[in-house]
Write a protein that binds this ligand. Sequence first.
Ligand code: NAI
Length: 470
Amino acid sequence: MVVGELTQETDLLVIGGGPGGYVAACVAADLGIQTTVVEWAEVPGGVCLREGCIPSKALLHVAKIIGDAEHAGSFGVAFEQPKVDVKKLRNWKNGVIRRLSTGIKGLLSNRKVDYITGRATFEDSRRARIEGGDVARIKFKHCIIATGSRAKMLPESLLPRELCWDAADALKIEEVPRRLLVIGGGYIGLELGQVYAALGSEVTILETLESLLPGADPDLVKPLLGKLRKQFKAILTGAALKGVKKKGGAVEVAFSHDGSDKRESFERILVSVGRQPNSDGIGIEKTKAEVDDLGFITVDAQRRTTDKRLFAIGDVACQPMLAHKAMREAKVAVEAIAGHPSAFDPACIPAVVYTDPELAWCGVTEPEALAQGLNVKVTKFPWTASGRAVSMGRTDGLTKMIFDAETQRLLGIGIVGVHAGDLISEGVLAIEMAAVAEDIGSSIHPHPATSETIAEAAEALFGRAVHVGH
Ligand code: NAI
């Protein structure tokens, strides 16, 4: 120890101030646990707030307005071509981030949580060294590691880092490139692809697999794909990047697709090929916590690591890398530290892709049910039969439900359509409450609302869906 260095003691050290970390700190403070958060960024909120979920949703909102204005032409309401003031848009998006991060700071300070700006690395299972802060070392009784994840990049030899954007770069909205190549057709690629297409870029998606959004039910992807084909210049599935060469202000990209080698120029390349956990660079090897081959910190149902004083939550702990999963894990880990019999055992975790139309699902998908050999019955309700969807001119939707064939219990639900991300909560609750088709179908849903498609898809199990033919 260096003489004169300040060591602070805390009951709970939370490393990382993202949706996992700040929620853990708030819950801990509410339970009377003295808590310190160490976060390298000035403001809390994590990647989700600074350069992920929130700014992307702010920009997708703008993209949807642009799309809706264009669509209104078919109802006889014509708007002029939008003029996008990129600087103003950027300022507005930054304002959204500022407002929410100020809010989170307030939540922490009102609860007397100590917020230290700096980088924490473990010295052992009781101490962490802090770089860049006023405090040099923190001695803790328990620690929750909530360090999140970062974008995976392609090998430097294939695509040098200086020639590409990750999601955080793209969300800065510093420019709208004329031609944008998006490598990876997953959550980020499609969401940000739609943002830039709406702002005027010619977007090309290059995806290794034969289909977009691996893990999503192809029936749900289909309506989205129909829209993307109109918005994007090209969607190249089953394609492989071969190399890039800088040429003037553009980058010439070599790739293979459809059995032949091709070359095309782009002003920008966005890489969205997944994320990797931030378990390195935090001195985890100085503790007894273990890290698996993919870089996730090994945890049990209480989110305790193999070092009993340390817990890990969120993207650094396990898949899925979703903020709402981290928030729930935060509660479980803190309650476990407080001695409560808490465990992370959700019946399902919803996934939402905030494209237009949105895609949302929870529980098992039909392909998963088939792969697992489950005895299921699948029902579908097309949004062409929804009065609300027709009245919005948005019949590009589908509600699909997976029931246990014997018990009629809901095992999974998938929705594609406008605001599917809001609708999915009914499915989450139904699965958590072990609802059967009769519970859902007999519950009175408001009319006209797209949520009726859930009740109708449940009624379809008995051949009782009124608004579809037999
Ligand atoms: P992703 O896992 O969703 O998609 C990555 C895609 O890239 C896959 O389709 C994969 O086949 C493809 N790919 C991989 N290597 C490739 C290569 N060399 N060339 C071409 N394609 C390649 O990952 P993404 O979009 O980067 O997002 C990361 C994670 O962030 C998501 O899995 C999700 O957990 C989270 N996220 C969640 C959002 C939400 O909840 N709405 C939004 C954005 C991200």
